[in-house]
Design a binder for this molecule. Sequence first.
Ligand SMILES: Cc1ncc(COP(=O)(O)O)c(C=O)c1O
Length: 444
Amino acid sequence: MCRPKVIGENDKVRTVNGIRPYIFFDNAASTPALVAVFEKLKEFIPYYSNVERGIGYKSFVSTEMFEKAREKVHSFLGATEEHEVIFVKNTTEGVNKLARKLKEFIGDGKVLTTEMEHHSNLLPWKKHYDTEVIPVNKEGRVDLNLIEEALRKANGKIKLVAITGASNVTGFVNPIYEISEIAHKYGALFSVDGAQLVPHKKVDMSRGIDFLSFSAHKFYAPFGSGALVGKKDILGKGEPESVGGGTVKFVSLEEVIWADLPEKEESGTPVITGAIALMAAIEEFEKWGMDKLEDMESRLHRKLYETLSSLDGIEILGGKREKEDFPVISFVPRKVSPYILSSVLSFEYGIGVRTGCFCAQPYVKKLLKVTAEESDQIKKSMMSGLLPEKGAIRASPSFYNTEDEIETLKQGIEDALSRDKFNYTYDSHLKAFVPENFKFTLPF
Ligand SMILES: Cc1ncc(COP(=O)(O)O)c(C=O)c1O
């Protein structure tokens, strides 16, 4: 089978230099939809109906498809009989739900996490629990010895280790199965933020992963769904995290009897089309082979790293890269603002990237070696609505991107770095620098 096709792969955009092919290097934020996903939705939509309790042909079809999607997510992640799949809208909702569901289990115990985390796998733990954050080492990697040491010292007080499977800043992949063994050795549960891991690497939850959250919009199915997959005995305990329609077996004005999982934790009408879109994406990657996806991304990773490393005027965040890391690389131009450079890439070369701290401010500040005073200054700038003085550019190609596109990225960076002056002004609506005299138009 040929590689899966992506909607809009050959799209062109208007730039200062005329119409150019659009090069999308912001896949770590969200991926475009697969053609197969869109086709499946077109096939399904005529049958769309609410799920579970409807009596009618279309309700039966919708319920069947929705439950097949649940089974597909379960088998794709190597989940076991002990795990349940709960559809949510994204990773952030999955982690927040889990944090609230673990109240009884963690109590006044502690959560252990790392400095590498996206805010979505940091703030929910800090909000609810005493949270210890393990610093990353000078390469920007998680040090397993520090995790073990923290667990040993905590003497059973750490009840959960919550770690990202892969970083959205450096593309570093964490050894989750080893970390799971360490967590379990000290009696802690283990939760993985799978937002970046699941779209790039085959995951096997049967190898000691108690909980995992991920988002379909990062997995070529951007139709509003995600999943929290986790231990039934824990997720099924107590009251539902959000109550209302769908979460009950019996209600009177005096009494409520809660439904069983998964309905109990999917309050209201679930993300039916989103779940079916996610199933279609998984089916497509299973047909093609996750190993092929990994091979292609590994080649692109090598090319991107070699290309960016060959450029004098930029610094790549994080240390040496390993074979298992995936193609997400953040870098800082030495003499030009990252916000200007990314605008040149966009408006002159038709390349889409991301700029800033990528919702991982503690990690990015550590990698940028931001001092406490600089951090205060950044805070002041951000509070006054200004762009922070520090930030990086992130390029995250995916399996459907090409080595030629990486060459174009190189040309764009070299061109921008060779200039003394930029005729760009800040547009607060677009939140980007825009070339003077360039009329930006939207298609809708
Ligand atoms: C590592 C990581 N965790 C969590 C999230 C949050 O994902 P979502 O916005 O889909 O909730 C992201 C999004 O970029 C991410 O990269």
